[in-house]
Write a protein that binds this ligand. Structure first.
Ligand SMILES: Cc1cc2nc3c(=O)[nH]c(=O)nc-3n(C[C@H](O)[C@H](O)[C@H](O)COP(=O)(O)OP(=O)(O)OC[C@H]3O[C@@H](n4cnc5c(N)ncnc54)[C@H](O)[C@@H]3O)c2cc1C
Ligand code: SF4
Ligand code: SF4
Length: 427
């Protein structure tokens, strides 16, 4: 590291058994300085290209809190960028080779089929509140047990916006009641890692020493990939530092694609199909169909999911992580009969979560593993078609903007050097 390095950062833990790969900005030196990649490049190659999957890793990683979230839920530059390259390095549609992250987190098994989990079940909770849940209520049940046992102080989940029906926003739930109230699936991203900011955490836990904080996170697989990558390094993540370190439990919701709220709920459902969001009680994606029920539990829409492709996040096409390889536990509906969740226990931590929750459950062996494996394979194949770079779990974890620019055919030099550090007008 150069002595004029502007960042107060520590080297990565080279003794870690999670690999000793180092982001480009630490490794490449140009004229004695770390190579510089700016938010402008991330903006140009990922956000403006419509490839952002709203995982919010870039917001959490920035050491000087330069990246915020705009009114469209996209990352935006809010103040001076110092060109440290981290937002580029850790973006799963930018410099982070996500399949390498799977392997670093979970080993060789994580790059085959649906992985090689510790255990798999079809399960549902026995409690009455399950009617609020999307499937078997497993996610909510696990969070409740973690809270009841004092294993966590809070869980980052999704809650419905007060102003816009069916729009998900992040919430740190601290009680079982809050978890139950917010059970169910929302089909948009929440940019949840923004919520790891110490100000949000201090608001929720005003009395707490943040070094003692323990959190669970529920998210789509890409969000969990980002968390795992962040936790593998010991740099200071600015105001998100304590929040990133506090995450001890991760639950991935199986996911083939997520949506832009306005395009999906506004254009596709309300404008095109005459279904206003207030009329919707539940939505689900299953067996390749988008399904919608009204408040009298009548199914008012069952249509091929491909018809909603224009409302999906374009960057999801490049995602091969249907089951959430980096999570402690993955939960979905495919592979189990109605009212049951499919639960994949991937780590010892996941096993602990299962053992805490098991007395509350009706469960049996996973009913249809091949259904999950089949969807995982379909998802991978679609990603291989969409990715414009080689899919290679053995290649280095980080690749540079310039390598990306070559593979994706974007401008290798998108900024005017004379305005480096100024907020970009485009985002
Ligand atoms: C975008 C998306 C796509 C999905 N696609 C599939 C699929 O193709 N196949 C499949 O088998 N399963 C899919 N799932 C998972 C499925 O819908 C259920 O979430 C899962 O089975 C868990 O059900 P449950 O009853 O155990 O969870 P619940 O007990 O209902 O709890 C769900 C938890 O997830 C939180 N949550 C809901 N939406 C979000 C969100 N967008 N971001 C972060 N947290 C959220 C809720 O606040 C709640 O805490 C998808 C989920 C999402 C959000
Ligand atoms: S994909 Fe994630 S890391 Fe990349 S720009 Fe979007 S929010 Fe940031
Ligand atoms: S399909 Fe992949 S990239 Fe898109 S939201 Fe789901 S996990 Fe994230």
């Amino acid at each position: 590291m150069t002595t004029d390095d502007p960042l107060p950062r520590e080297p990565p833990d080279m003794a870690s058994d999670r690999g000793n790969e180092v982001p480009k900005f630490q490794k490449d030196y140009e004229g004695g300085k770390p190579s510089e990649t700016w938010f402008t490049e991330l903006d140009h190659a990922v956000i403006q290209e419509g490839r952002c999957i709203q995982c919010s890793t870039c917001v959490a990683v920035c050491p000087v809190d330069t990246i915020g979230v705009d009114e469209n839920g996209l990352p935006t530059q809010t103040k001076m960028c110092i060109g440290c390259s981290r937002c580029w390095d850790f973006c799963p549609r930018g410099g982070l080779r996500y399949e390498r992250q799977w392997k670093i987190t979970g080993g060789e098994d994580n790059v085959k089929g649906a992985g090689d989990p510790i255990d798999e079940h079809s399960a549902k909770v026995r409690d009455n509140w399950r009617t609020n849940a999307q499937d078997g209520g497993l996610v909510t049940a696990m969070l409740i047990r973690l809270l009841e046992e004092g294993k966590i102080d809070g869980a980052i989940i999704a809650t419905e916006s007060e102003d816009e029906p069916w729009k998900a926003e992040p919430l740190i739930a601290t009680t079982p009641e809050e978890c139950i109230e917010n059970a169910g699936s929302f089909y948009n991203q929440t940019m949840a890692l923004e919520y790891l900011d110490y100000r949000s955490i201090e608001d929720t836990f005003p009395e707490m020493n943040l070094d003692d904080l323990s959190l669970a996170v529920v998210g789509t697989p890409c969000v969990i990939e980002g968390i795992e990558a962040l936790q593998d390094f010991e740099w200071d993540y600015g105001s998100h530092e304590e929040g990133v370190r506090a995450i001890e439990y991760t639950i991935a919701l199986m996911c083939t694609k997520n949506f832009n709220y306005y395009k999906f709920v506004g254009e596709q459902l309300e404008e095109k199909r005459g279904i206003p969001p207030e009329d919707i009680k539940k939505m689900d994606i299953l067996h390749g169909k988008m399904m919608v029920w009204d408040h009298s539990d009548e199914m008012i829409l069952e249509e091929d999911i491909e018809n909603f492709h224009n409302a999906a996040l374009k960057g999801c096409d490049e995602c091969a992580d249907f089951t959430g390889y980096c999570a402690d536990v993955s939960v979905g509906s495919v592979g189990s009969s109605d009212e049951y969740s499919s639960v994949i226990i991937r780590t010892e931590t996941g096993q602990e979560m299962w053992e805490l929750t098991e007395p509350e459950l009706d469960y049996h062996d996973l009913e249809d593993r091949s259904a999950i494996g089949g969807l995982q394979n379909w998802d991978k194949k679609a990603a291989f078609d969409a990715l414009e770079r080689p899919f290679d779990p053995d290649a280095p974890r980080f690749f540079s903007y310039h390598e990306h620019a070559e593979e994706y055919g974007v401008d290798p030099n998108p900024y005017d050097p004379s305005v480096k550090g100024e907020p970009s007008s485009s985002s």
